[in-house]
Design a protein around this ligand. Sequence first.
Ligand code: MN
Ligand code: MN
Length: 460
Amino acid sequence: MEDIRKELLNERKNGYDTVSKEDAIAAESFCEGYKSFLDRGKTEREAADAAEAICAEAGFVPLVRGMKLTPGTKVYAVNRGRAFMCAVIGSESLENGANITAAHIDSPRIDLKPAPLYEDSEMAYFKTHYYGGIKKYQWVTIPLELHGVMFDKNGERIDVNVGSDENDPVFVINDLLPHLGREQAQKPLGTAFTGESLNVLAGGTPYADEGSDRYKLSVLSILNEMYGVTEKDFLVSELSFVPGGKARDVGFDRSFVGAYGQDDRVCAYGSLLALTEATEIPRRTSICILADKEEIGSEGVSSMKSAWFDTFMQDLCEAQGVSYRAFCENSVCLSADVGAAYDPNFAEAYEKRNSPFVNGGVVVVKYTGSGGKGAASDASAELMSRVRCVFDRDNVLWQTGELGKVDFGGGGTVAKYLANRNIDTVDIGVPVLSMHAPFEVTAKLDVYMMYRAAKSFYTL
Ligand code: MN
Ligand code: MN
């Protein structure tokens, strides 16, 4: 009876009941590196820099058009500081395609408006425009750091980072006290805070005894001292407020990682490390893509829709005198993006039989989209089967899942943009609790299994 049960049923098990002790220990130490990657990269620019540093350390060189590519050559390219791509050339011709992973390194946050600084009631504030899908109430009364770039009048780039050093000040969006919040409390969650109410407190000391704009001037004089910038330089800047603090272990048993921006840097880190740490020359070329602008619809020059990514792959093909069409036709892609982990506190939003669980391993998602698979890239059963076979061969802990209940909402990934290029693509990622919140939670075992899944996939 027990044998039949084992043979015929697909029983859900907790990962810790199935993985080896070695894997559980490896997960723990893998996440130490992961946490410092998160701390180094809170914006897509910083994450692209961190990825470049990891690649350079591993012996990758910048791809130069026309360079000779032989099996084992390791190359990378940075797209305008905001997206990243690297490859290890395989022993087989690129005509046979590549094994591609595609994650994204942008995360929801609070961007500054082009003319952000103003003062009101003897305090200085920044006007903001949020980036990506946020629940606005989560972003008030938490410490925020300011990250980004500005350009001075000579066109010199200035890197801004205020708040990551523990001696730095932080910033905050204030909320109404509950004593006076009776009316506010009656409002639906989605409308209690508006985009225009997300104003960030920037200062409160007057610059001079009299005159106008004393509070703005005070903030500007400090910024001028720190970075040599003026108010006009905000007009040509990319500045974002991101949640303050470092990545932390969560729970008495430290089995979870809590941090900002795990969607999707958790998949970015795992798929990148699986490539950079590989010691053998792969049979097929391995490629890792870290795209930008996924959170706002993959539009623009650094997004997955950009021809920049094709250019990189075309350059690889041209170096071997291979047709890009044949390359795409024979390539496969793991769209590496996070899934919504089942949360018993919000059971009504999930269909339990088809939701990924924390510590269940990577979640393989056949299709995303919303309301009748709308806008989904539906992976073929053939591709799912190929992935299953290598994952099982390599003891990768994996599960399947959907994004919550049918008709409750939905979402997408970069999968369709790869698939539209005639590349067979399937979604795989790490289940996340509180996705898009300033402090997202993942299970260490799943974080490690993303790395193992990518490693396994690169051998496909
Ligand atoms: Mn994502
Ligand atoms: Mn997202």
